[in-house]
Design a protein around this ligand. Structure first.
Ligand SMILES: Nc1ncnc2c1ncn2[C@@H]1O[C@H](COP(=O)(O)OP(=O)(O)O)[C@@H](O)[C@H]1O
Ligand SMILES: [Mg+2]
Length: 383
């Protein structure tokens, strides 16, 4: 569980800035001064009346009035003291205790219970807040457990794909090479049908080798290798076009591009990404000579790339399916391939924190793929 440091409490504003205790002391001080002044005034006035030598009945009345006033002042003072006691022990102290408990929870001790027994209002508030804390914490734990489980099973799956494809290579190589040797050495002694069977077997073994190599490559994305560094996208595209030069020449394709930026990526994977997309753009061509354009535009702190062609295009309903591993829309004898290219592209882009999709809004003929990659910071140069 991640525990963030507690952010500073929000500053209070307006007249309510002062703590309640201060307000209370302020009003208490004024009241005490008023009581003292009132008492002094009463004493002074009584003394003045006495100096006038009042009649005995008046003096007696004055005495009684005096006693009543003093009693009143004492009661008011006692009420003030009582109020101070109540505010201190029934409001301020429990609020302070609750604040302290909430601060502990907010600081990351999510199992700390919130509990205040008095007064009734605060007891209710604290029990509701504590119930909320409990529910949020248990929902969070379930989510965290599930995320952990998902990470683990994903890791296992990748490990499995890696080990399986790696270990299958060797026996497969044996099958392919011995069937080929069979054909070479005993070909003349075999009849036409036997030679055809051998041809099928060699073809199947070769195709499986291709699939396994692709799968191995796929399962390697994001494994130990592959650091993100400032990488020149233009250079990566150059390398991809170099690898594809034969196919591009065969098809008479023209590949154009915007000036490409520096991105944060593993340069080898970046080349692989361009290579798969341009290869598709050239492979899935229509009767027209293939035209491919690699574009780019800046969107916040990302670069959004595009690769558009004038080929056969993809129906929008297949926009998601084509990114699944081994999913193809055409038979192998029409357009060769293993169906892993776009799945690999998606894995590479997502490994770099980006997103890739088929742009359905491009309209017209052909297909446009778009993907995002994090931009390198100002002044970061490819090494
Ligand atoms: N530029 C494109 N134009 C038309 N269809 C495409 C394009 N790129 C990909 N596709 C479709 O998506 C499918 C999956 O592509 P991909 O994973 O590269 O596999 P592969 O190239 O081996 O067939 C392709 O079989 C094809 O049907
Ligand atoms: Mg492909």
């Amino acid at each position: 569980m991640s525990i963030h440091p507690l952010p500073p409490a929000r500053e209070p504003t307006g007249v309510g800035r002062l703590p309640v205790a201060w307000w209370f002391m302020l009003t208490g001080g004024v009241a005490a001064a008023a009581i003292v002044a009132g008492g002094a005034t009463i004493l002074a006035m009584t003394a003045q009346v006495r100096a006038l030598n009042p009649r005995p009945e008046v003096a007696a009345q004055l005495q009684t009035l005096n006693a009543a006033l003093v009693a009143l002042l004492l009661v008011v003072a006692a009420c003030g003291a009582g109020l101070a006691f109540i505010v201190r022990f029934a409001v301020l102290k429990p609020v302070g205790a609750l604040t302290e408990q909430v601060r502990k929870v907010a600081a990351g001790d999510f199992d700390h219970r919130l509990r205040v027994d008095r007064p009734a209002e605060l007891a209710e508030l604290s029990s509701h807040v504590d119930a909320m804390r409990g529910r949020i914490v248990s929902a969070w734990r379930v989510a965290a457990d599930q995320a952990e489980e998902l990470r683990r099973s994903n890791g296992e799956l990748e490990q499995f794909a890696y080990v399986a494809s790696h270990d299958l290579q060797e026996p497969l190589r044996k099958v392919a090479s011995f069937t080929q040797m069979l054909e070479q050495r005993y070909g003349p002694q075999l009849d036409e049908r036997a030679r055809q069977y051998i041809h099928y077997a060699v073809d199947g073994a070769k195709r499986m080798q291709l699939l396994i190599n692709d799968l191995l490559d796929f399962s390697r994305v994001g494994r130990a290798t592959g650091e993100r560094e400032p990488a020149d996208a233009g250079g990566a595209l150059d390398a991809a076009l170099e690898n594809l030069s034969a196919a591009i020449e065969d098809a008479g394709a023209v590949v154009t591009r915007d000036p490409l930026p520096v991105v944060l990526a593993d340069p080898r994977r970046l080349t692989q990404l361009f290579q798969n997309l341009v290869e598709n753009a050239v492979k899935f061509r229509s009767e027209r000579p293939p035209r491919v354009h690699v574009g780019v535009r800046r969107v916040d702190d990302l670069w959004e790339f595009s690769c558009s062609d004038n080929g056969i295009g993809v129906e929008p309903k297949y926009a998601e399916r084509i990114f699944l591993i081994f999913q193809r829309l055409h038979p192998r004898d029409v357009y060769p391939g293993t169906g892993i290219g776009l799945a690999l592209c998606r894995k590479i882009v997502e490994f770099h924190g980006g997103r890739i999709w088929l742009d359905g809004s491009a309209g017209g003929q052909g297909a446009t793929f778009r993907w995002t990659l994090p931009a390198a910071e100002e002044g970061q140069e490819p090494s």
